[in-house]
Design a protein around this ligand. Structure first.
Ligand code: PRP
Ligand code: URA
Length: 209
């Protein structure tokens, strides 16, 4: 069964609260998204394998731990997931980046896939799928289906705000995928927006509304 991890760290809570505020500017929102991605990415990668290597400190030779070099792929769900990419790349500058384009049909709220480009060796990579909002869960479920169809196996999902409906849908459809959530909200409204949420993450990130 997948791990569902909801962050309670005060720094993350504080930054997410700033992002919720409708008076937060696009520039601030973008900066906060990057900062939260770094903080979340730090925890979500806690189980990355280490290897022991010998180095020389100014004092003596020493055996120390370094990352074993597991290959990583970051896969944002477009558009809003792009806001997490810079933060993740700050932690893992050598990661490859795939993209999945999804939009929600405004009437049905069903996800529509319009783009998918993943690293060729996606089947061998540890994959972090990022998207700020997990509302009905439809976009995340379909994005993970698309990645698995192309060979992706070891997948972690990271989002900023999740509704109970989305967590249920995603964990039932993909019980092998760990889910990292900065804040869990109350419910969805009649337009399938998260309440209280932060509004439309893509519009907040790119100033399109
Ligand atoms: C938002 C968000 C998720 C999706 C979540 O994207 O970034 O991808 O909605 O909703 P769901 O869980 O009900 O599927 P949106 O469709 O608004 O596209 P955008 O990122 O291009 O703005
Ligand atoms: N997509 C968003 O951007 N916000 C929501 O609250 C739900 C879906």
């Amino acid at each position: 069964m997948a791990k569902i991890y909801v962050f309670d760290h005060p720094l993350i809570q504080h930054k997410v609260s700033l992002m919720r505020d409708k008076n937060t500017t696009t520039k601030e929102f973008r900066e906060l998204a990057k900062e939260v991605a770094v903080l979340m990415g730090f925890e979500a990668t806690r189980d990355l394998p280490l290897k022991e290597v010998e180095i020389e400190t100014p004092i003596c030779k020493a055996k120390v731990n370094m990352l074993a070099g597991e290959d990583i792929a970051i896969v944002p769900i477009l558009r809003a997931g792009l806001g997490f990419v810079d933060g993740m790349l700050t932690l893992y500058p050598n990661a490859k980046v795939g993209h999945i384009g999804m939009y929600r049909d405004p009437e049905t709220h069903e996800p529509v896939e319009y783009y998918c480009k993943l690293p060729n060796d996606i089947d061998k990579r540890r994959i972090f799928v990022v998207d700020p909002m997990l509302a009905t869960g439809g976009s995340a479920v379909d994005a993970l289906d698309a990645i698995k169809k192309r060979g992706g196996k070891h997948i972690t999902f990271m989002c900023l705000i999740a509704a109970p409906e989305g967590i249920k849908a995603l964990s039932e459809a993909h019980p092998d995928v760990d889910i990292y959530i900065a804040a869990k909200d109350e419910h969805l409204n009649e337009d399938a927006y998260i309440v209280p949420g932060l509004g439309d993450a893509g519009d907040r990130l790119y100033g399109t509304k």
